[in-house]
Design a protein around this ligand. Structure first.
Ligand SMILES: *Cc1c(COP(=O)(O)O)cnc(C)c1O
Length: 375
């Protein structure tokens, strides 16, 4: 059987393996201006709010595009003109928040932290108490570049104490790690279909505090304007511009499965079980986790190569790909490592297959290099 026919297994931070039911939902065509599609949109918005555990003060605003589009829309919509944003960054996605601020000419400062450690609430409090005043603090809940869980609720609390508002990129956390939506300083939370919710890529969303959305009139972008998107969805039930119809139908099915399986608690337990099998096996082979257990997200784990090993990322990546197993490069500077995700429609059997294939590649890397052929 060729690899195209056998199942490609994605140990990546999205896109991910989806269930047969989710893929089947892609088969139907939808008219974007029909009552049926408006109903589908409404169902998905409600289902996202209940997945978040957010109360009636919030609304879920969907947006076309990948996760970054939703994050960019969140900053474009919620940061008023002439405001200043403090970006907290302990990895590539935190840096992306700063990049977005630069691209949108939003005045901002970046407070950087160690990529293998969670963001430091004490350092945040010092920065907020400093000379510069900030209206908003933007940060990543689970920093996917090393798989670090940031203390989101504690950050939002200290942001609130200084009278600022919090904007959260919860991409790889939403649907597994909870956030306290009762925290008054929490303004908006961006995520996408194709991470812990196990949908297909093409749509993101921002769980937005309605009172903040109502006041958000900066208007930095036409298509990334969440306030306008919200107003139109409430007024006519329709998206402003062509919606990703099939993708939304797949997200509905993925959300139905998510809720049927027990919601965020069950999803977190599932990732924890897969991750502990993965880490135990990899450590037995000599691979090392880059992040301490206390701060590690079970959704994605970063490893470095065994000490003294000749194995490098490219060799491991290519050999595993030949077996239909897809891992992800490390996003940490100076570390020849890789990341393994436990999100998506993966089971223990898939983790065991990855472990045994990795053991084979490691074993092969210990063999002496073949002698050059004599001629
Ligand atoms: C995946 C991810 C994103 C969005 O990435 P896209 O490639 O635009 O989907 C943003 N932030 C975090 C923390 C992520 O894990």
């Amino acid at each position: 059987m060729s690899r195209a026919q056998s199942r490609l297994r994605l140990f990546t931070p999205g896109p991910l393996n989806t269930t047969r039911r989710v893929r089947a939902a892609l088969r139907e065509d939808w008219g974007s201006r029909t009552p049926e599609f408006s109903e589908l949109t409404q169902h998905v918005r409600q289902s996202l709010l209940s997945a978040a555990g957010a109360g009636p003060a919030f609304t879920a605003v969907p947006l076309q595009g990948s996760g970054t589009f939703a994050v960019e829309a969140m900053l474009a919509t919620f940061v008023p003109n002439h405001a200043r944003v403090l970006v907290l960054a302990n990895g590539a996605y935190g840096e992306r928040l700063a990049d977005i601020c630069s691209a949108q000419c939003i005045d901002h400062a970046v407070l950087r932290g160690n990529p293998a450690r969670p963001l430091d609430v004490g350092a945040l409090e010092n920065a907020l108490a400093g000379a510069l005043t900030f209206s908003h603090v933007a940060f990543v809940h689970c920093e996917t570049s090393a798989g670090v869980i940031n203390p989101a609720d504690a950050i939002v609390r200290s942001v609130g104490k200084q009278g600022c508002r919090a904007l959260v990129d919860a991409m790889s956390a939403f649907g597994a790690l909870k956030l306290d939506y009762a925290a008054r300083a929490l303004s908006a939370v961006a995520a996408s279909a194709n991470k812990c919710l196990h949908g297909v890529p093409g749509v993101g969303f921002v769980v937005s505090r309605k009172s903040d959305l109502e006041r958000a009139t900066a208007r930095r972008s036409l298509s990334l304007d969440l306030r306008a998107q919200w107003k139109e969805l409430e007024r006519s039930g329709q998206w402003r511009f062509t919606p990703p119809t099939h993708v939304l139908a797949a997200l509905k099915t993925a959300l139905d499965e998510f809720h049927d399986e027990g919601g965020a608690d069950a999803r977190l337990r599932r990732y924890e079980a897969l991750c502990s099998l993965l880490v135990g096996g990899m450590e037995r082979l000599g691979f090392q986790c880059i992040v301490d257990e206390a701060h590690r997200a079970p959704m994605i784990t970063a490893f470095s190569m065994p000490a003294g090993s000749r194995l490098n990322f490219d060799t491991l990546f290519r050999a595993l790909s030949d077996s239909g197993l897809s891992i992800y490069p490390s996003k940490m500077h100076g570390v020849d490592g890789f990341r393994v995700g436990c999100m998506g429609d993966l089971a223990e059997r898939d983790i065991r297959d990855l472990l045994s294939a990795s053991a084979d590649v490691l074993e092969a890397s210990k063999m002496p290099a073949p002698a050059a052929a004599e001629c």
